[in-house]
Design a protein around this ligand. Structure first.
Ligand SMILES: Cc1cc2nc3c(=O)[nH]c(=O)nc-3n(C[C@H](O)[C@H](O)[C@H](O)COP(=O)(O)OP(=O)(O)OC[C@H]3O[C@@H](n4cnc5c(N)ncnc54)[C@H](O)[C@@H]3O)c2cc1C
Ligand SMILES: NC(=O)c1ccc[n+]([C@@H]2O[C@H](COP(=O)([O-])OP(=O)(O)OC[C@H]3O[C@@H](n4cnc5c(N)ncnc54)[C@H](O)[C@@H]3O)[C@@H](O)[C@H]2O)c1
Ligand code: SF4
Ligand code: FES
Length: 803
């Protein structure tokens, strides 16, 4: 008869232990799992990415419901175990279920620490630990504007970045004088603060919160020094404490966490603890890497296989905030017996430090450039002796030393995936011996990149350099969302081959695992279908994001902003007068000049939109669309004494030609008539710079969160050539980019030289332009269409359903 194994806690560490048990001895146990949360096992780490808008809750599932079924696991979600009777080897749940066990694992995780201050129980105060906290923040951001995050640690900063992305005004309140003081030294902490301030975060350091003020709901914070700030959402991110209530009440030895030995055994036979709830050698860990190491040891032990004992872990951390590179590992504070070696490039904001005890490297902090993180972490884990090495060279990029890429210069034992403890050697084996040929296959085979995902680029690079000439970039398959296993290219190929013509039809014919798709695949399919068959496809308004459905940008307070088209940023008295009249008549509270040289009318009521458009009598400026937004121009030779070309007329011609073009993401252009580049041509999707006798075309520039200078694509002599290359380039982007991939990311993925070689071929260029012209031929100004269509107008703007 099978032994009965019960797991309490359906979280990351517990379920990883079960996965390891199944690997070691699939048939030995009858497994039951209890989980308080109503979900199958999900990737808690990625809640930060959900809040930051990079992914959705439905895409962070680690093991779906089918996985439990396939492995004959009894899963009781939404059920909390409230008592363990160790003598009777029985557990009791809050729904009255009683189950017997032979072996019992506690993986109850941690609870967020909630400051015991007045007002902590008010509405609008939340922790950031699970899906329901994340949902609460997402909801609050729709109604409220001011957020306060208490705690400037990893969690607090990731929460703050998410709330900023959601349009909130965010203040981080921190106890210590510098951020992330548990992971960074003061220099790195200050650099981090500066970078995050640039991103729009505000900081109140060395502040102790005394109370959360307000009536029923939080309205602000009061500090010990008597000062106050306003806040209608308060997030507490001041650390965690192991969840030991059940263990304590059931007679297990508990200190900060449930005390376990080197085999994760508690003081009671056949009862184990793993993950954040467990305390090993005085430490309760709060990161997945050590928890997964524990899971491996426990699984082997419980299955009766030989295993080395768990001897504790050295940890490393990275902050998951885009545009910020910080890394910290080991013992990073210098002291009497520990000396530091530091490199500080104030100009580029790069700071690197290693800490040595004698000749052994024991800790490191990196800011700005974290490429060396994996290598240093491996050295710290091994406590590498560096006596024969010039100490400063340890901080030098390995790639530069070896004259090769970073990943090539790593040794086989070096860690590629810190979360899952996967070394370079293991991944190379998976590629060479098990035939893995994509990042997804490596993930399935080794778990590398399965947790925070930070190592994905390194895994991809390793794959490329291991396969060498056999590497097939085209086969690097990544499903577009969790509704399907198909990649973007496979879907586009199937649409073409099978002549599919509706989003629902694609989902049905290609075997989607959801009936309606999701907010990731629906807009993507709508775009791909329109791109493949521009003249036949009927755009599905309901598959578009709200701003594109409404043809205006929704604002925080539910009003809209309206940007009329002003070709090349050039206007005239008649248009300005009409705009002024509309602004007065509809009491539009704010008119602002945008970075793209347009006038943005803010605060337009939804029901006024059609009349505002009608009376403006100007085309839509598409400020809401995945399409050409603006062509910014400098005054050029018509007025400027440095101008060598007519930038305004080229800008106007470009905008008139490509307006309304549907693209995978927004596209911005700029035309400057000389290399002084007053229109900032170097930071646009396509930038044009006038030179003596012609134009230079720069591509892939971006001025947003991922700043990127454009690459020189080509030099041409005439405006006709400019038009031809632009048409071909944009069409190639439309046909090969993933939906929502900006040109800056696309050009890095496909490579500048590849695109240059495509455009070099005159015949290809012509065909691309033919298809571009076909796509452009269907363009109609959406504002005019709505103004002239009573049915759409009523449905969209007066909430009337027309039969
Ligand atoms: C937003 C966020 C971002 C993070 N980012 C990172 C990161 O980038 N890198 C990293 O390494 N770590 C990160 N972490 C930490 C990481 O998620 C945790 O270390 C990990 O999830 C802990 O796993 P666990 O299984 O011990 O606990 P949990 O994942 O918390 O699982 C415990 C589960 O047990 C359930 N439970 C508790 N008591 C009972 C009971 N009596 N009966 C039934 N069920 C019970 C709980 O409801 C919970 O679902 C992050 C955490 C958060 C919140
Ligand atoms: N990228 C990552 O690896 C990542 C991301 C999120 C969370 N996590 C993990 O989740 C857990 C929780 O993260 P965390 O940031 O809450 O824990 P933490 O303990 O790392 O940081 C808490 C921070 O809050 C500050 N603090 C404490 N009391 C305060 C007070 N009264 N007012 C203001 N500040 C106060 C502390 O100085 C500390 O810097 C940790 O185990 C962390 O490692 C990791
Ligand atoms: S880019 Fe050159 S031509 Fe255009 S406004 Fe600036 S200086 Fe004058
Ligand atoms: S480093 Fe986090 S998943 Fe690999």
């Amino acid at each position: 008869m099978k032994k009965k194994l019960i797991l309490i806690g359906n979280g990351m560490a517990g379920v990883r232990t079960i996965e390891e048990v199944l690997k070691v001895s699939g048939e030995e146990f009858e497994i039951t799992i209890f989980g308080s949360e109503p979900h199958p096992n999900y990737n808690r780490i990625l809640l930060s990415k959900v809040l930051q808008g990079d992914t959705e809750v439905k895409d962070i599932t680690l093991n779906d419901w089918e996985w439990y079924q396939e492995n004959n696991i009894q899963l009781h979600t939404g059920e909390t175990v409230i008592k363990i009777d160790a003598e009777m080897k029985t557990v009791f749940s809050d729904s009255g279920r009683v189950e017997r066990y032979d072996e019992l694992i506690l993986a109850t995780g941690s609870n967020p620490f909630i400051l015991p201050i007045a007002g902590a129980d008010k509405k609008g105060v939340t922790a950031f630990r699970d899906i329901s906290d994340t949902d609460e923040m997402l909801e609050a951001s729709k109604k409220y504007k001011k957020a306060a995050v208490i705690g400037g640690g990893l969690l607090g900063l990731e929460a703050a970045r998410g709330l900023l992305n959601l349009g909130m005004d965010v203040s981080v309140i921190h106890l210590a004088p510098s951020l992330m003081e548990r992971q960074l030294d003061p220099i790195a902490g200050k650099l981090l603060q500066k970078e995050l301030e640039n991103q729009g975060m505000k900081f109140l350091l060395e502040k102790q919160t005394e109370a959360i003020i307000g009536n029923d709901r939080a309205e602000g914070l009061r500090f010990k020094d008597g000062t106050e700030i306003e806040a209608d959402l308060v997030v507490m991110a001041v650390g965690i404490k192991p969840n030991t209530k059940l263990a304590k009440e059931s007679g297990l030895s508990v200190n900060r966490g449930i005390i376990v030995n080197d085999y994760l055994q508690t003081n009671i036979p056949h009862v184990y603890a793993v993950g954040e709830c467990a305390e090993h050698d005085g430490i309760a860990y709060g990161l997945v890497a050590p928890l997964y190491e524990q899971a491996k040891v426990l699984a082997k032990h419980i299955c009766g296989n030989h295993t080395d004992p768990y001897k504790g872990s050295v940890v490393s951390t990275q902050l998951k905030v885009s545009g910020v590179n910080v890394f910290s590992a080991g013992d990073f504070i210098e002291g009497e017996d520990k000396k530091a070696i530091k490199v500080f490039d104030d100009q580029d904001g790069i700071y690197k430090k290693i800490v040595l005890r004698g000749n052994q490297i024991v800790g490191a902090v990196l800011f700005g450039d974290t490429n060396e993180g994996s290598r240093l972490f491996s050295m710290i884990q091994k406590q590498a002796d560096v006596s024969g090495t010039s100490k400063v060279s340890i901080l030098q990029p390995a790639g530069e030393l070896a004259g090769s890429s970073l990943v090539e210069s790593m040794s086989a034992e070096e860690m590629i995936c810190g979360c899952n403890g996967v070394s370079k050697g293991t991944i190379v084996d998976a590629i060479q011996k098990q035939g893995c040929s994509s990042v997804d296959e490596i993930k399935a085979c080794t778990s590398a990149s399965r947790s925070c995902g930070g190592c994905k680029p390194l895994v991809a690079e390793l794959l490329q350099c291991t396969l060498g000439e056999d590497f097939d970039a085209g086969s690097q398959k990544e499903a577009i969302c969790s509704c399907t296993d198909l990649s973007r290219d496979e879907i586009v190929d199937e649409i073409k081959a099978k002549g599919l013509s509706h989003t629902k039809e694609v989902m049905n014919v290609l075997g989607w695992n959801t009936e309606e798709g999701c907010s990731k695949c629906r807009p993507a399919l709508n775009y791909y279908l329109g791109m493949v068959k521009p003249t036949e496809y009927k755009d599905e308004r309901e598959s578009r994001f709200v701003n594109e459905r409404m043809h205006a940008n929704i604002q925080r307070d539910g009003t809209y902003s309206v940007v009329p088209r002003m070709y090349g940023g050039v206007t005239n008295a008649k248009d300005l007068r009409r705009i002024a009249d509309v602004v007065e008549k509809y009491e539009i509270p704010l008119v602002k000049v945008t970075g793209g040289q347009r006038l943005d009318l803010f605060g337009v009521k939804k029901e006024d939109l059609p009349d505002v458009w009608k009376e403006l009598d100007m085309p839509s400026g598409y400020a809401y669309g995945k399409s050409l937004r603006t062509v910014k121009t400098c005054v050029g030779e018509q007025f400027c004494r440095f101008g060598t070309q007519d930038s305004m007329s080229l800008g106007i011609a470009l905008e008139k030609k490509f307006e309304g073009l549907q693209t995978p993401h927004k596209v911005k252009m700029a035309v400057s008539a000389c290399p002084r580049s007053c229109a900032e041509s170097g930071f646009k999707d396509i930038g044009y710079i006038g030179i003596e006798g012609g134009w230079e075309l720069y591509v892939g520039g971006n001025g947003g969160t991922h700043v990127r200078g454009g690459d020189l694509l080509i030099k041409v002599k005439t405006e006709a050539e400019v038009m031809e290359i632009t048409g071909a380039y944009l069409q190639y982007y439309r046909e090969t980019a993933n939906y929502l991939e900006r040109t800056s990311a696309w050009i890095e993925r496909v490579g500048l030289t590849h695109v240059q070689s495509v455009l070099e071929d005159k015949e290809t260029c012509k065909k691309l332009n033919d298809r571009m012209n076909e796509a452009l031929s269907v363009y109609k100004d959406p504002w005019k269409e709505i103004v002239n269509n009573d049915k759409t107008k009523k449905e969209l703007f007066e909430n009337v359903v027309m039969s």
